[in-house]
Design a protein around this ligand. Structure first.
Ligand code: HEC
Length: 197
């Protein structure tokens, strides 16, 4: 490639990248801005949670299609955290999925602030903003077991194929995330917001 055309190509490429970024309204949510209303913070958190949820769901569905629930367990074991982290990186924040009956030990509810949020989630059954004792602002949102597909890995012994049950035990010896029924509360999203109330 001739030097000037290469430079032109690079400039066009950079413009393309920045166009993609500026199209993304949510990148704004992590900028320091103390003037946001609670409704705006909720909207920011919700759009990040929805993106992360959609991303996970797409990947789990295609893994099940590719190799059934056995394959999808191994896939989730290797990738669930990475997928959520990738969305978190995009928004320059931290995103967690926490549960009282967690499968991955890293998703256990440990902190006092998270225990409090879990109680609130159980009562309110809706999303909210909570500020911890360090002054950090977090968005919490319930995760419901909303689809029959979820039961294939989180339902009763009758719902989960035997080979999948064995794989779950092998990968997660302390698994607590079974025996759920459709519609039940399964966990919660916890997303840090760089903005304050
Ligand atoms: C193919 C099996 C499979 C399906 C289907 C599935 N999950 Fe999971 N789920 C897993 C595995 C494996 C983990 C642990 C992931 C990890 O290691 O980070 C997990 C973890 C979770 C967690 C994080 C808390 C924890 O227990 O570690 C939530 C919340 C969750 N699943 C909800 C759902 C919901 C809601 C659905 C339906 C939309 C669903 N899952 C469908 C296998 C599955």
């Amino acid at each position: 490639m001739h030097v000037s055309s290469r430079i032109r190509f690079i400039i066009a490429f950079l413009m393309l990248i920045s166009a993609c970024n500026s199209n993304n309204a949510n990148t704004k949510s992590t900028e320091k801005n103390t003037s946001k209303t609670e409704a705006e913070l909720l909207a920011d958190g919700d759009s990040m949670a929805t993106t992360a949820q959609r991303n996970l769901l797409m990947q789990v569905s295609s893994a099940i299609q590719k190799g059934g629930t056995d394959y999808a367990i191994s896939y989730c074991n290797e990738n669930a955290m990475l997928l959520t982290d990738a969305v978190a990186q995009k928004y320059h924040t931290n995103i967690q999925r926490l549960s009282d009956k967690n499968r991955n030990p890293k998703n256990a509810i440990m902190l006092e602030e998270d225990k409090l949020a879990w109680e609130k989630i159980n009562q309110l059954k809706t999303h909210f903003i909570q500020v911890n004792n360090k002054g950090e602002t977090y968005y919490y949102k319930p995760i419901a077991l909303a689809m029959p597909t979820c039961l294939k890995c989180h339902g009763t012994q009758n719902d989960i194929p035997l080979s999948t049950q064995r794989l779950i035990q092998a990968n997660y010896p302390n698994d607590k995330a079974t025996n759920y029924t459709l519609g039940e509360l399964r966990g919660m999203w916890k997303i840090q917001l760089a903005t304050a109330l």
